[in-house]
Ligand binder design. Structure first.
Ligand code: G
Ligand code: G
Ligand code: MN
Ligand code: NA
Length: 255
């Protein structure tokens, strides 16, 4: 399709411009890290969203190529920040199911971090429950355990929208639960979403996992989440995904 053709061009040429969305600690409003989100530069139309190449993430080779380019950009940005003493916390990378299936996933990523001299504690992987599709729990567990042993934190993304979530939380070394933004939209007391958010926050606390609420857009939502004991948040209230330079400026001059 033309979307795959476009993705091929994006992967081949030097067009990827990773954007970084701040993740903040609700207790003190401080930035604890960023989620890296794919963006690419169109010759005339400016910065493009990942939806323009979404089909590429279902194509094994293209997903690998885009992931590879993204990772190169992230290593470069993290190296530059470390060199200049910019404390960015940790950068979270979204791992596509295709990349997750790749045999050499763990050495591939650990090798890149080592080559760039990035401590594993500066890096986090976000996986959705789609990585479990068509694979045994054993296989998935081995990969996640291997990352974990290397000091890489694992976040379960879009939590609550997938399937068998509770099983996964117990069976795998999950450090972070990201509550999908569809549950954060309407948090008025007594709403169904509030019940779901409360339950997931409680689950995270009991299981010793960090909980991040996604898609926080209003101070009321942030206040509700803080009251319920949710530790971290992402969303337009705190910042959209932004280029590396803007992320650095935000770190130097918060608020
Ligand atoms: O960046 P939004 O602003 O539009 O992201 C849309 C979707 O694309 C999200 O589900 C997000 O997880 C996914 N996405 C964004 N960047 C990446 C990436 O680098 N790799 C993968 N696999 N998915 C990404
Ligand atoms: O699926 P994943 O959680 O990786 O993707 C994050 C997506 O959510 C990106 O498309 C990002 O741009 C979007 N996003 C981040 N914060 C907000 C927000 O506060 N409101 C809305 N509507 N979307 C958001
Ligand atoms: Mn994500
Ligand atoms: Na998400």
């Amino acid at each position: 399709s033309s979307m795959l053709g476009l993705a091929r061009v994006v992967a081949r040429e030097d067009r990827i411009v990773p954007h970084y969305q701040p993740k903040i600690s609700l207790a003190d409003g401080r930035i604890t890290g960023f989620e890296a989100l794919l963006r690419w530069r169109h010759d005339t139309n400016g910065i493009q969203m990942p939806s323009t190449v979404a089909a590429a993430f279902d194509d094994y080779d293209l997903a690998m190529q885009l992931g590879e380019r993204m990772l190169e950009c992230l290593m470069r940005d993290m190296r530059s920040w470390l060199d200049r003493g910019v404390d960015f916390g940790s950068i979270a990378f979204n791992l596509s199911p295709a990349e997750f299936r790749h045999e050499n996933l763990v050495p591939r990523i650990m090798g890149k971090l080592a080559l760039a001299g990035i401590p594993p504690s500066c890096f986090e992987l976000e996986v959705t429950e789609t990585v479990f599709l068509g694979r045994s729990a054993g296989e998935v567990g081995q990969t996640l355990d291997a990352f974990h042993r290397e000091g890489i934190r694992i976040a379960l993304d879009d939590f609550g929208t997938g399937f068998a979530s509770l099983t996964h939380l117990q069976a795998f070394p999950v450090d972070v639960i990201k509550i999908d933004r569809s549950f954060v939209g309407n948090l008025s007391e007594g709403s169904g979403n509030a019940a779901i958010v409360d339950a997931v926050v409680g689950l995270g606390q009991r299981l010793g996992m960090e909980v991040v609420a996604e898609g926080v857009e209003t101070p009321e939502q942030a206040a509700y989440l803080l009251r319920q004991g949710c530790g971290y948040a992402q969303g337009y209230l705190f910042g959209k995904a932004m280029p590396a330079d803007d992320a650095e400026r935000l770190l130097r001059h918060p608020g």
